[in-house]
Design a binder for this molecule. Sequence first.
Ligand code: B12
Length: 313
Amino acid sequence: MTDVTKIDDYLSIGELASMTGIGVHTLRVWEKRYGSPHSQRLPSGHRRYPKAEVPRLRAIASALESGYRPSKVVTATMEELQRLMGLQSFVESKADAHNAGQAEQTSKEMWIESGVKSIHGYDDGALLNGFHEQWGRHGALNFVIHFAAPLLERVGKGWETGELTVSHEHFTSECMVSFLSEKWRQMNIRKQGPTVLITTLPGESYSLGILLCAVVTSVTNFKVIYLGIDNPLEDIITAAKNYQPDILTMSISHVFNPEFAETLLYKIRKELSPKTLMVTGGKGSPRNLPGVTYLTELDKYYDLLVNFNPSTR
Ligand code: B12
């Protein structure tokens, strides 16, 4: 029997359950049935699990939420789970962004241009088919980061140069909003992990930023509470007080003057439990605000979520 009593890198079954959202009973059953996650016993007979198992168990929880069976995922390695969930190429592309093949880049550009063609013809069937295809092929994270966001940017450029009209832009937004809303809501059903409250400041007219955040959050084991855009400050504060989210995530678009956004964020921060982490992003977001974590990229937001430990806050 290994002496794990003096080792900090071990967790009790209760701690493991609260950090992964997988119940104590389920963890016991899995160990008995599949031998995983494997525990060591204290002299008292209590189980101790390596902390290093937490990311793998969170990935297992996500895979189960997506409909995989325990028999397929409980003994899987982290790499196997990432491949299964379409995250492998995301991880690889993060690690090796500079070496992303020219062919891959070209195929993304071609996909974006074929999307623009569908937008020109107001062809929602073709556009949505394209979304489904890339989502299925590359996974949720790759889809939002490498396909959805660049397509929106391309549409913005098209509008700027007169190639596309305002109604093309609205048409694209509508298709994207309905596609992403359905996707993240499906993934969010039955989630029981820590919570993320997602909203915008009052006066915000852009919803796609928080929708992309909702998708990224739903890939993890966090439960999303989505308030949508343009909420009164007092409602955001009341919701945060009532639901005590682990994280409050906001996207602040270019519509905002960062100094004005700063005033509003201060007011929220002052009222919020210190345990709630505030995360902001977007072009109108202030940076370096005490008590507020500002992030530029969605993949950094994903990293923050998977490494988040509510018990240390
Ligand atoms: C869709 C769109 C709209 C839609 C929005 C619909 C909706 N449901 O949200 C509507 C129709 C409302 C709209 C209206 C207008 N728009 Co507009 N719009 C766009 C477009 C095409 C996409 C914007 C978008 O949502 N992108 C997706 C978001 C998520 O991307 P992002 O904001 O760049 O954020 C990235 C990061 O900052 C980060 N991020 C964002 N939030 C967060 C949060 C967290 C926590 C983290 C970690 C990361 C993160 O992730 C994103 C992806 O990398 C852009 C083009 C572009 N280049 O962005 C123009 C664009 C923003 N619009 C523009 C303009 C001019 C307008 C109008 C003035 C047009 C008009 N004459 O009516 C109005 C103004 C509206 C207003 N109230 O001020 C200009 C703005 C120029 C400027 N800087 O001033 C742009 C840039 C187009 C252009 N090239 O000219 N628009």
